[in-house]
Design a protein around this ligand. Structure first.
Ligand SMILES: NC(=O)c1ccc[n+]([C@@H]2O[C@H](COP(=O)([O-])OP(=O)(O)OC[C@H]3O[C@@H](n4cnc5c(N)ncnc54)[C@H](OP(=O)(O)O)[C@@H]3O)[C@@H](O)[C@H]2O)c1
Length: 278
């Protein structure tokens, strides 16, 4: 399936390169000309020419507004538009209405990778929207890495993308807080991370599945480590303050845990905190 890629920023160029590496004839367009460099692609003169060139059109631009700008006035009938620009579920829904209203099929995607990972199995791309379109395009889309179709609701890929980033930033926040603590005593952060933190986090990962099960069932009864025990002392706060490390990252989480205990849920497991978020 010949393919068009619109947007040759860092990510768009990696997508186009992955298609070329798989032997797909690829047409590209970028607002600023010359970004294709030595890639073996056909350069379209305009966005409209690029869309006209192939049924499958992949967009990877800065944001939602740039996608709307680029598609303005372009004939879309019969095309399959795959938007791999990061956005919100609401933006995906708007784009879906705009594109399908002009006679094209629509898929929205969330790229869970950085450009250098594109084309490797470690790169995961989430898709939602028109299922038939996904089935038609999936061999081409496999050039980017692992692909996951999440459902017909256009915003599902964006929702899951942002949820995964939320999980990642929680982990990164914990990482920098922990690193700030150990470096106060001159512990090399790389050594701490490789020999202690990563093995510990790996050992904890399977517990996430059990916690997810508690959230799905609504039964938070603690078997081993209840919330009352977890907030009985303020170890993280005390040690941080003693070492001169800010507790700005951990304070909001522990405030929620304490509130949950005050509400009579001290016998619950940690995931019960979700009830204060929803
Ligand atoms: N890079 C990553 O690690 C990464 C990871 C996951 C997802 N993403 C997502 O991938 C998308 C692209 O990211 P990127 O890293 O490729 O960004 P980038 O290098 O800054 O490229 C932005 C692209 O958007 C184009 N653009 C911006 N405004 C435009 C407008 N008004 N009209 C037409 N074209 C416009 C730029 O064209 P010009 O060349 O003319 O400026 C360029 O092609 C973003 O949504 C990003 O969130 C990126």
């Amino acid at each position: 399936m010949n393919t068009t890629v619109i947007g040759l920023g860092k990510m768009g160029r990696a997508l186009a390169a992955a298609l070329v590496a798989r032997g797909h004839d690829t047409t590209v367009w970028n607002r600023t000309p010359g970004r294709a460099g030595d890639l073996a692609v056909t350069n379209a003169q305009t966005a409209a020419d690029a869309v006209a060139a192939n049924e499958l059109v992949i967009l990877c631009l800065l944001d939602f507004e740039s996608v709307v700008d680029v598609l303005d006035g372009v004939e879309l009938t019969g095309r399959t538009i795959v938007n791999l620009t990061t956005g919100t579920p609401a933006e995906a829904a708007k784009l879906s209405a705009l594109v399908t209203g002009r006679g094209a099929a629509f898929l929205d995607g969330g790229i869970m990778a950085i450009p250098s990972m594109i084309g490797s199995p470690a790169a995961v791309v989430l898709y939602s929207g028109d299922e038939q379109a996904f089935r038609r395009a999936q061999d081409v889309l496999s050039a980017f890495g692992d692909r996951r179709y999440l459902g017909a609701e256009p915003g599902l890929a964006a929702l899951n993308d942002i949820a995964m980033l939320t999980g990642m930033y929680g982990m990164l926040g914990g990482f920098v807080h922990a690193a700030a603590m150990v470096r106060t005593e001159g512990v090399p952060v790389v050594e701490f991370t490789e020999t202690l933190l990563i093995p510990w986090l790996r050992a904890m990962f399977p517990a996430l599945v059990d916690m997810a099960g508690q959230i799905d069932s609504g039964d938070y009864t603690a078997e081993e480590s209840d919330l009352a025990m977890q907030v009985a002392n303020d170890g993280i706060g005390e040690v941080s303050r003693a070492q001169g490390v800010s507790t700005e990252l951990s304070d909001p989480l522990f405030a929620l845990m304490r509130r949950r205990v005050e509400q009579g849920h001290g016998g619950d497991d940690f995931p019960s905190v979700i009830e204060l978020l929803s």
